[in-house]
Design a protein around this ligand. Structure first.
Ligand code: GCU
Length: 686
């Protein structure tokens, strides 16, 4: 037991308030579980762990409901004991993994039913009950029906087998060390518990950039160990996936080619997949980064992405496996002098023409942000543009461009905006969340995935408050209609308890933090302006004269990328109307995305009434003050939070303030020197 830092939101701290204690004790003294399966056993174990820790006694586990008041856990259709107590029709409308939590009273008998449509549903119901208790909700008169909106609720680990994590900011990998799979499986089990408690049901366990050793994860050299990891996740309802190297047939198969249309290559994938399923019968499938940032892919053989994905999908199909094919494909050797190539357009240009060409067990994984996980970007125009091709959404929980877990940046409000964005692909209400949950176009496979933010730091996420991003991500994949406020409140109570000041102050810190980070970093949707390579800290021209296609085009007159159809790159034309028109026109383009879509003079007036240059100055001065405000809120909680967590967060907030000042001064100075326009308020700019 490493304490509250390690336990995250599954602390199950002893309940002191006597009224709650009495109520929970009444319900939780007896637990009836008649089924016996791995997943049900995980649910049972979690209930026992949570209840004994919160209430201080071990509930009796019974096979028969003899007691007056008790909890019953199970799956619908498995035993009359449960079926007789509930209207089975309620389950007909549930998605797999859905569940019902209900308190029923028959005569003298009170029953709290936790019933899943599947055994995974029962596991989620158990976690839900524990959440109710941890957030101090009454258990009388429960009548809850829960239905996960997204079929796939996934996590991508960018872990390498040498133990490093690409874009990891919380220590080393919990999965690998010294080019082997770890033997510390207890930590992986705790990770599985955390993920499952928020509804995650799939995980790709290695980096999308698949290097030499990792290529062999699909072979008998490593499969026995991969199978051990899959066993752990399976017990928590999570399917294991591997990221693969598209050149595997060459690198490990000794074939001269990886051409997807070559029969020998096809045969090779089939054999590979067969072997994997011998070790892992419910293996999820492959995640593929191909023809992207120097990774191999079908382009080498003049084949397109559909050819590339389908050959692997064919091999996986008999076993129910999926190919998750990333759309992060763009020219990463661009000439900065060439203004016609636009990285933001690339995914749409590459994939839209292939609509309908992918097999049913292929899903296209589309990044949030047509560029790359920036603090503010428009939604990718590819969402909704492929009616006949399964799509899923990729977020980045790890804070590569949002402060690398040194800064507080709570991303749930950003993700909500993306999910709620109306693409108008099929008229009004064609929101991103309805596209990726499959309801708009009846996709057979779809959902949401995200790059994890965890490592082997004791608190998993480096910044303790960054745990909220992992929690909130999972909750949103289950139900994108939850509000940011609800998710935040749940997380704070489970993580820091119920003191009203704690709940209020931490809630405000989280809810304001994305905007604050945006304020003192790159303005008005332009993005980047970071140090090349590691991407931490300000460097306005860091990428300006490079090959990556990430430019701001600032000169002494103005700034921004002209992506209009009229006289720019034409990117706005990739959106459906009316979004296309809204972004195309300077008048209607929202302020926060202005420089993403338009090149304007510094004197251009925003809808806020400020000029662009004054907006840059003001937000950067404000941003630093707001960062200082975060610290004030936190220090007002001294004594209400354990020292370890209090001190470690305080340290990071201090660093954030220092670093926000650096951002402010570099950005303001750069634009003052470029434009020559003084600050209206005469503040210090260097
Ligand atoms: C970003 C990130 C890379 C990563 C890439 C990807 O560009 O900086 O480290 O490999 O995204 O998503 O594939």
């Amino acid at each position: 037991n490493h304490g509250n830092e390690y336990a995250c939101w599954l602390q199950y701290n002893k309940i002191k308030e006597s009224a709650w204690m009495e109520e929970y004790k009444t319900w939780c003294s007896n637990l009836v579980v008649v089924e016996n399966s791995e997943v049900i056993n995980s649910a049972k174990a979690e209930l026992l762990r949570g209840i004994s820790s919160m209430l201080g006694f071990n509930p009796s586990v019974l096979m028969e409901p003899q007691q007056k008041t008790l909890i019953m856990l199970g799956t619908i259709g498995k035993t009359d004991l449960l079926d007789n107590r509930i209207n089975k029709q309620e389950f007909e409308h549930l998605n797999p993994d859905g569940y019902v939590i209900k308190t029923v009273t028959v005569g003298e008998h009170n029953r709290l039913l936790l019933i899943g449509k599947t055994e995974k549903g029962a596991l989620y119901a158990a976690f839900h009950l524990l959440r109710l208790m941890q957030t101090r909700k009454h258990l009388h008169n429960l009548d809850i029906i829960q239905n996960p909106k997204n079929p796939l609720r996934m996590i991508n680990q960018w872990d390498n087998m040498d133990g490093s994590i690409e874009r990891g900011y919380a220590g080393k990998s919990i999965f690998y060390e010294n080019n082997k799979i770890t033997t510390r499986l207890d930590r992986i089990k705790d990770y599985a518990r955390l993920l499952s408690s928020v509804g995650i049901n799939a995980i790709a366990i290695n980096n999308v950039n698949v290097h030499q050793v990792e290529t062999k994860l699909t072979t008998s050299e490593f499969l026995p160990d991969v199978a051990k990891i899959a066993d752990i996740f399976r017990a928590y309802g999570i399917r294991t996936f591997l990221s693969i190297n598209y050149a595997s047939p060459i690198q490990i198969g000794n074939l001269p080619t990886a051409d997807p249309l070559e029969p020998k290559v096809r045969e090779w994938w089939r054999e590979r997949v067969e072997e994997i399923y011998r070790y892992i019968p419910d293996f999820g499938g492959f995640l593929v980064k191909a023809d992207s940032e120097h990774r191999p892919g079908p382009f080498t053989y003049n084949r397109n992405h559909a050819d590339g994905a389908n050959v692997i999908a064919e091999a996986l199909n008999p076993f129910g496996g999926l190919v998750i094919w990333r759309c992060f494909v763009y020219n990463c050797l661009q000439d900065w002098r060439d203004r016609s190539t636009d990285r933001a357009k690339a995914a749409y240009d590459h994939f839209k023409p292939l609509d309908g060409k992918f097999l049913d067990n292929v899903i296209l994984q589309i990044k949030n942000g047509p560029m790359d996980f920036q603090v503010r970007e428009p939604v990718s125009p590819l969402f909704g543009a492929m009616e006949n091709t399964n799509q899923m959404l990729e977020f980045q929980i790890t804070q590569e461009y949002t402060g690398q877990q040194r800064h507080l940046c709570y991303l749930v409000p950003q993700w909500k905006e993306v999910l709620d964005f109306d693409t108008f692909a099929k008229g009004e209400e064609s929101t991103v969340k309805r596209i990726v949950d499959g309801s708009l176009f009846q996709y057979s496979n779809c959902g949401i995935t995200a790059v994890s933010n965890i490592g082997n730091d004791t608190n998993w996420t480096g910044h303790t408050l960054a745990q909220a991003n992992l929690y909130g991500y999972g909750r949103l994949t289950w139900d994108p209609d939850l509000s940011s406020e609800e998710i935040t409140d749940e997380w704070v109570r489970q993580t820091f308890g119920h003191d009203p000041l704690v709940v209020e102050q931490i809630g405000k810190m989280l809810m304001d933090s994305w905007r604050i980070y945006e304020n003192y970093t790159s303005p008005l949707g332009i993005g980047w302006m970071v140090n090349p390579g590691h991407h931490y800290g300000p460097n306005v021209d860091g990428y300006e004269y490079s090959v990556w296609g990430t430019y701001h085009y600032a000169d002494c007159h103005g700034i921004g990328v002209n992506r209009t159809v009229k006289d720019g790159t034409g990117y706005t034309g990739q959106y459906f109307p009316p979004n296309a028109q809204i972004y195309e026109s300077l008048e209607s383009c929202p302020d926060e995305l202005l420089l993403f879509f338009h090149h304007v003079p510094y004197t251009h007036r925003l809808k806020s009434g400020k000029t662009v240059i004054q907006h840059i100055y003001d937000t950067h001065f404000d941003g630093v003050e707001q960062a200082e405000g975060l610290k004030q809120r936190w220090t007002s909680l001294k004594g209400k939070i354990d020292d370890a967590r209090y001190d470690s967060v305080l340290k990071r907030l201090n660093e954030q303030i220092e670093h926000a000042r650096e951002w402010r001064d570099v950005i303001n100075t750069y634009f003052y020197r470029k434009s020559g326009i003084p600050d209206e308020q005469n503040r210090t700019i260097y």
